[in-house]
Design a protein. Sequence first.
Length: 313
Amino acid sequence: MSMAFVFPGQGSQEVGMGKALADAFAPAREVFQEVDDALGQNLSKLMFEGPDDELRLTENAQPALMAVSMAVMRILAAEGGFSLDGRVDYVAGHSLGEYSALAAAGAFSLGDAARLLKTRGRAMQEAVPVGEGAMAALLGLDLDVAREVAAAAAQGEVCQAANDNAPGQVVVSGHTAAVERALEIAKEKGAKRALLLPVSAPFHCSLMAPAADVMAEALEKTEISAPEVPLVANVTAESVVDPDTIRRQLVAQVTGAVRWRESVLYMKDKGVDRLVEAGAGKVLSGLARRIDRELTGLALNGPADIEEFLKSL
């Protein structure tokens, strides 16, 4: 059985995340303390207790999700001697999850990953004034049709396919008016549903260019090592280990589409048959079978999931 570890993106956060891990395992408490120290912020208190509207802020949600993913990885190592090297063929992460994947594979330190995601979250939020950008999920349309919808909706504004999550699940991003036009056009083209997403900025489209510039500068100052196992990158849906290429791709990822469906198919094509999702929520493990029926998805959220996984090895 060949495994890949995958790491969730924004939208998987919820108040209380990571608390059961912290209550049960010292390594999780250590991770949360390290992240708090790196940020000079009591992020773990916000994760455990809320309020929800503050946790949902991009600059908080991004490092928080990474922290929970890394807590899971530390627990696996401490409790079961589990390491990615030799056990796992690839790592991949959805959007901010790419930073979690790289931290898990030893390419970044935990503190650097936390600081980069705080910077990334703030830069993405500040790139477009609140209300001027939006994202929408188009359900029941494939990528080519979704791209046609986005192109027709743009009308001189920005509207682009931002996430190709699974067959029939594409997210578009851009100016609010253009994205609203896309909802109508998508329904005309036969979408089962088309709905605005509760996000605070239009991620993964050209409107994020100012944030890409900020990240280019931040990443330039950050040491990146070759990951222990190859990363399947969002922007190429292919594997990479070279630190300079990874740095460039992380900058391109801010404005580029998340090619998740293709990334999963790439791993499947290379023999992966199990995707293990480390962190909050079950979004990516849920998408696994929608992308390819032969794949199994497994989510490691809480203490019971982790103990069962370690027993299965």
